[in-house]
Structure formats: C-alpha cells, structure tokens
Design a protein around this ligand. Structure first.
Ligand code: ADP
Ligand code: MG
Length: 520
C-alpha cells in the first residue's frame, strides 16, 4: 500500500496528498542515524518526556475534541475559544465582480484585487502588492496607521487598468479584511480589538471596532471602499481553498503561529443564540490555546515563564513579594500558567520549535561537555536558534553532518564534533516529531468532530484539509510526523481524507468572502 505525497516545494501553488495506507512509505530524509549519539541524561529524559505513542496521541485528540464541544456549549467552556466567525456561506464559485482583500497581521500589509467571472470564467484578473509598515506607525495613533493604509490603498486602486478591472456602476469597492490580531467579532463586518500583539501598540484602539477605524480612514481619503467581511487567515484559507474544491471543510495554519477553522453544523453550537439552527457556520477554534494532557517538559515551562505575555502579567505582582507571600506567589504562578499558557501553540508552531531546542542544548551544555568546556554565548540568547535552522540541520545527509556543523558554527558560534552534531540532530528530531504528531492529533480531533455531525466520510464522501504556512510547506520531517499521526489515529478512514497545501489562498478567500457578504 502506498501513500501519495506531493511535495509543495516542487509544486508551489498546490501540493496535496491523499491517504490509502495504514503506514506511510515516505522516508524521512534526515533519519536520526542508527549509530546514535552516546547517552546524555538530559537528552534521554527529554526524549522520554516528549514521547507521544499512539495511545497518548489518541488521548490528546479526544481531549481537544472535548474542549471543542465545551467551547461550543458556552463562552470560555474549554481551552479552545471556538469563536463564531459569522461566516455562514462559503464561496460557491458563482461570485462575480471586482473585490479586494486587505491583510494586516505583521510588519507588512498586503492588498489584492480580484476580478471574479462566475462559474465559467472564475478569476479573470488579480493583482497584489505588499507594503511594509514603518516602525513608528506600529506604535503611533490609529489615525496614523489607518491613514497610511488608506493612502496606500488609494494608490493601489489608482494604478488599476480599467480594461482588466471593472467595478459595477453605483457600487463601492468591497474589501475582505484579514486582521490577524485578537478580535472579538460582533458581526461579519465588525469586531473589536482585544489587544495588540506582534510589536504593535497603536494607542486608543483596544476595545474599538477595527472595521470602523478603517472605513473612517478610507472615507477621509475620499476612497469609494468599504469592508464587507472581517476574517482571520484561517477562515480566508478555508474560503480560498473551498473556491476550487467543495470538499474543503477545514483550514489550518502552520506558520509562525497556528490556528484551525472548520465548517460546523449550527445545531451543534449551543452557544449560538440565533433563531435559525439549520445550516452551517465557520468556527475559528483558536486551538493554540489548548493546554491539557500535553507532553510538557521543564523546557516548555521555562520558555512559557519567559514569554512576553506571561512575563508582563507576572511582573505586575513582583513588588508585593516577600517571604510571607510565598504561597500567594505560587498561587499566582499557577493562575498565570492556567491563564496564559498557549501550550499547544508553543509545542507545534514555527515560532517556538527552535527556541525549545536551544533551551535543551543549553542544559546539555551546562550539565555535560556537549560543545567542550564552555557554554557558547549565543546559546544563551533567546530565539537565536530558529525553526529554519532545525530544518536545515535535519536535511543534512552527509556522513559527517557538515551542514549541522556549519549551522552550529554560523548561528551559535561553536565548533561541534561529530558526536555533538548527532546529539543536536536528535534534539531537533525529538522536538519536531512531538510538534508534528501533536498537530496531527489536532487535525484528527476536528475531522472526527465533523464526522460525528455529518457522517460524510461514512457515506463515502471526501473531506479535505486546506493547509497554509511555511512550517508545513518547508519542513518535510514535520509534515511526515504529522502524517504519521493521521495514519495511526485514523486507520482506514484515511482513504476519504486529503491534505491540500493551499499556499497563499487566504487573500483570494477574503476577497471571495467580501463577494459572498456584499451589501449589493
Ligand atoms: P506567518 O505564520 O507569520 O504568516 P509563514 O507562514 O511564512 O508566516 O511562516 C513562517 C514560519 O515558518 C517561521 O516563523 C518559521 O518558523 C517557519 N519556517 C519558515 N521557513 C522555514 C524553513 N525553511 N524550514 C522550516 N520552517 C520554516
Ligand atoms: Mg501567514
């Protein structure tokens, strides 16, 4: 039996694999070498703590599914927020007209125009532009930030070639706005900012409707544009992928961070206070917040203790500490762990994998002679080792692990002998294996939840997971471990499932959702 697998690296737009086997035959390129590194207590314990055998993974998948149900029942019912996105209708392919996507979620924002021609003509023309946001606007006022975006939108629209793009008379240009910061969505076209993240701290915005801010700025610039849909990139990916495949039911992001959105039956959402309980709606799981039954190690705890959001919270209380308040301190520690830990995200997403490896290597260095007698300065620098570096090292197929040696030399400024290089690769593999397998367990939880409500696979229907994010795209070992988990947990049901790598479709998805939610 074989597993079909198309590397997204070779087919940049869409790569996919479908399953037809119990076990994969795809060979992990950097198999951890059989002449394994000599024993090191820190490494041995770490490997044991990270282990996720099939029954353990099954537990994780069940616990995620339980928290999904709890989050659908009441607000805050489980670790997963299960946010209502107000996206009830996904693109059908019949959409027509000129629509836009605006993506704001980091140091760049992207704008895209899409001329849709209905079922037959599909996407007739599309144009996009990426604009970097000056640092000072990220910490300025909302008028400055949205004024800048509106001005850039105006010049993007001004460059439009009239022959290629045509707006129907009497209409405003409608935008699907992907805003990748925590938002409390209040309708399809409104949502209040909960808090800024990722280096943004624009004053006076928290608690405000982000759509109104953008609409006002566009009006002030005399732009004939309005936001018709406010979405996140998981919803955008799901919508964009659905446009070309009606079996897409889940959108997963595995990049710097992670999230998953899926199509849920309204009758299965007790907290949905609307009269109609028929039909479907998209749920944004915010699965990164899941924190139960995960294989947590001391390194995860230490990384979490030093993460910015949690750090801030703890620092507020430090002035009050003295001996008699030790118990209070411990209580607060426990409290903040419960409140802030987004353990799942920290175990499976790209931002953190390199940092966990760095922390393990640092302790190996301090307790044994991993890199000789000294601890390299760079190894003590948080986030110095990145997930891209792990990937590069795991792809090394040379006998003496030359690439591993040069990454360690260039990034951490250490000379590592072959034994040390082997140990480093083992640590990378342990972290990536745990991450990939846990991500797989999350996907299984959602697939099984969908199956519970729809019985679609039972009736022979295919279910497709749309994937986006550079971690999934560029890390073959991670992908492989994720697939292994799916194979182990789903067995024969896998023949009805496909994972599709849908790169950068979230912009198209957002524009399509502007079309499906058009006011005209
Ligand atoms: P975002 O999630 O911010 O939209 P991407 O989807 O581009 O961004 O993902 C970026 C993340 O993907 C990086 O933070 C890194 O963890 C991971 N990544 C990027 N390139 C590679 C690579 N070559 N190998 C492994 N992981 C990578
Ligand atoms: Mg992204």
């Amino acid at each position: 039996m074989s597993l079909m697998f198309t590397s997204p690296v070779l087919t940049p737009t869409i790569g996919s694999f479908t399953f037809s086997s119990r076990r994969s035959n795809y060979i992990v390129m950097s198999a951890v070498r059989s002449n394994s590194a000599s024993t090191c207590p820190v490494l041995t314990k770490f490997q044991k703590d990270c282990d996720t055998p099939t029954p353990y993974l099954r537990n994780v998948a069940n616990a995620i599914a339980d928290d999904m149900r709890a989050g659908l029942a009441v607000e805050g019912g489980g670790d997963l927020d299960m946010i209502l996105t107000y996206v009830d209708a996904l693109p059908s392919g019949n959409e027509e007209g000129l629509f836009y996507a605006l993506d704001l979620g980091g140091t760049n924002f992207r704008v895209r125009s899409v001329q849709l021609g209905g079922k037959k003509k599909r996407v007739i023309a599309t144009e996009s532009e990426q604009i970097s946001i000056p640092q000072k606007l990220m910490i300025g006022t909302s008028e400055e930030l949205f004024g800048f975006i509106a001005a850039k939108l105006a010049s993007f629209v001004a460059k439009e070639k009239p022959g290629r793009f045509q707006l129907e008379e009497g209409r405003k240009r409608e935008i699907g706005f992907t805003f990748s910061f925590p938002v409390k969505q209040t309708s399809i076209d409104s949502g209040t900012l909960i808090k800024w993240t990722k280096g943004f701290k624009v004053s006076g915005m928290e608690g405000k409707n982000v759509v109104a801010c953008l609409n006002e700025a566009m009006e002030a610039h005399g732009l004939d544009m309005r936001v018709s849909a406010l979405v996140n990139d998981g919803v955008g990916t799901l919508a964009g992928a659905r446009y070309s495949d009606e079996d897409v039911m889940i959108g997963v992001i595995l990049g710097t961070g992670t999230n998953a959105c899926y199509v849920e039956q309204k009758h299965a959402i007790p907290k949905l206070q609307s009269k109609s309980s028929s039909g479907t709606t998209i749920i944004n799981t915010e699965w990164g917040g899941f924190s139960k039954v995960l294989p947590q190690t001391i390194f995860d705890q230490e990384m979490d203790a030093n993460s910015p959001n949690r750090g801030e919270h703890v620092v507020e209380f430090y002035p009050f500490f003295n001996n008699i308040y030790v118990f209070l301190f411990l209580f607060l520690q426990l409290f903040t762990v419960c409140v802030w830990m987004k353990l799942y995200e920290k175990m499976i997403s790209g931002m953190y994998l390199g940092e966990i490896v760095r922390r393990v290597l640092l302790q190996m260095c301090e307790t044994s002679d991993l890199f000789g007698q000294f601890v390299p300065v760079k190894l003590s620098t948080p986030f110095e080792l990145r997930t891209e570096h792990l990937c590069k090292m795991q792809e090394d197929t040379t006998d003496d692990l030359q690439t591993v040696g040069s990454v360690l030399y260039n990034i951490l400024e250490v000379e590592a002998n072959l034994n040390a290089r082997r140990r480093v690769v083992e640590v990378c593999d342990t972290v990536v294996k745990r991450g990939g397998r846990l991500a797989g367990a999350g996907i299984v939880a959602i697939l099984e939840k969908i199956e519970e409500e729809t019985k679609r696979m039972g009736s022979g229907k295919r279910t497709v997971v749309a994937m986006d994010g550079a971690l999934y795209e560029k890390y073959p070992q991670y992908r492989q471990y994720m697939q292994d988990a799916l194979v182990e947990l789903l067995g024969d049901k896998l023949s009805h499932i496909a994972i599709k790598h849908t790169k950068d479709v979230s912009g198209l998805g957002a524009a399509l959702l502007a079309a499906t939610n058009s006011i005209y």
